[in-house]
Design a protein around this ligand. Structure first.
Ligand SMILES: [Zn+2]
Length: 326
């Protein structure tokens, strides 16, 4: 015994001595099988257009989206989440439910060509409306119920194409129940619903809006997305979505809302997803490019923290890189 030894009953550092010991007592395991890879699908063929504010993320034509899904699958990422970039937009966002639009075409192609890929589709109007809002407008107001009818049509078209899960991201009231009812009535009772239940009005969506060309042309999204200051309201939103038939609930963004993820998981104990959003990705990429952070460590620490908070599924632009690192 070292003459300097204290007589300590507890020496927590004994459990940190070697990697094997640390691994025995590790509480959170980040594994690729809980990652979902978001992709932006556009018209055309052979197109891979990098998004300026999201290095390593591309707008992909359907054929490229199929290749990217297959590559993600071989990295160990089981699921993709598709966003659509239509060739033209209008006031009503009518391309959202067009069976020949990029998302619907990509779903069919991926389900046909990539065995066992789980395909989630984003359901909202903001990628499809000329004004960039998430719904049908009357002046500067979003018409909730008329928008829900359009979202139902979009979700049905995704289900017809073969989507495994539709993921409404619009935050309109009552859309989960309306979509569930319509899916069931059309014989799609096995198509799941991943609801963006607590989607906050966040500054971290900026790069996504470059990628999807979906920035609102006027006003903002505060009338439907949640106030960053609220958590009790998030629990009420989650409760409603579960009551309306959501299979998976989501908190978005992730890092600035780890407490919300934790509360949702603890209070409902249902499958919970978190979206590590474009701005969260972009800031790590930017710091890494400047040599200010060890990107791999920062990425894994970030994703581990989201899992530790309680997320079962993590949607992240880092999915492929993280799966390879793991
Ligand atoms: Zn939207």
């Amino acid at each position: 015994m070292n003459a300097m030894s204290l007589h300590l009953t507890h020496r927590p550092r004994r459990l940190r001595r070697t990697e094997a010991i640390r691994s025995f007592v590790r509480e959170t395991r980040l594994t690729p099988d809980r990652l979902i890879y978001p992709m932006f699908v556009c018209e055309g063929e052979g197109i891979r257009r990098e998004v300026g504010s999201m290095p390593g993320v591309y707008q992909l034509s359907v054929d490229e989206a199929v290749k990217e899904t297959a590559a993600a699958k071989s990295d160990g990422v089981p699921g993709v989440l598709l966003f659509g970039l239509p060739a033209s937009k209008d006031d009503a966002g009518s391309k959202a439910s067009d069976s020949q639009a990029p998302v619907q075409s990509a779903v069919r192609a991926i389900k046909r060509e990539v065995k066992d890929a789980v395909v989630f589709t984003d359901v909202c109007l903001c990628e499809y409306t000329s004004h960039g809002h998430c719904g049908l407008m009357h002046g500067s107001d979003i018409l909730n119920d008329a928008t829900v009818a359009e979202l139902v049509k979009a979700a049905l078209s995704h289900a017809e194409a073969g989507a495994d899960f539709v993921a409404p991201s619009d935050m309109m009231d009552g859309r989960v129940g309306a979509i569930r009812t319509a899916l069931d009535a059309a014989g799609h009772d096995q198509v799941g619903l991943m609801a963006y239940s607590a989607k906050y009005c966040s500054a971290f969506y900026g790069p996504f809006r470059d990628a999807a060309d979906s920035a609102p042309q006027f006003g903002d999204r505060r009338s439907h997305q949640m106030d960053p200051a609220n958590v009790e309201e998030a629990l009420r939103e989650v409760a409603l979505d579960l009551a309306e038939g959501a299979d998976i609930v989501m908190v978005k963004p992730a890092l600035t809302y780890l407490d919300v993820i934790s509360r949702v998981k603890r209070e409902f104990n249902r499958p919970t997803a978190a979206y590590h959003v474009s701005g969260e990705y972009a800031m790590l990429k930017a710091a890494a490019r400047n040599g200010w952070l060890d990107e791999e460590r920062a990425m894994l620490e970030t994703l581990t923290s989201i899992a530790r908070a309680g997320a079962d599924l993590i949607i992240t632009y880092y999915a492929r890189e993280a799966a390879r690192a793991l």
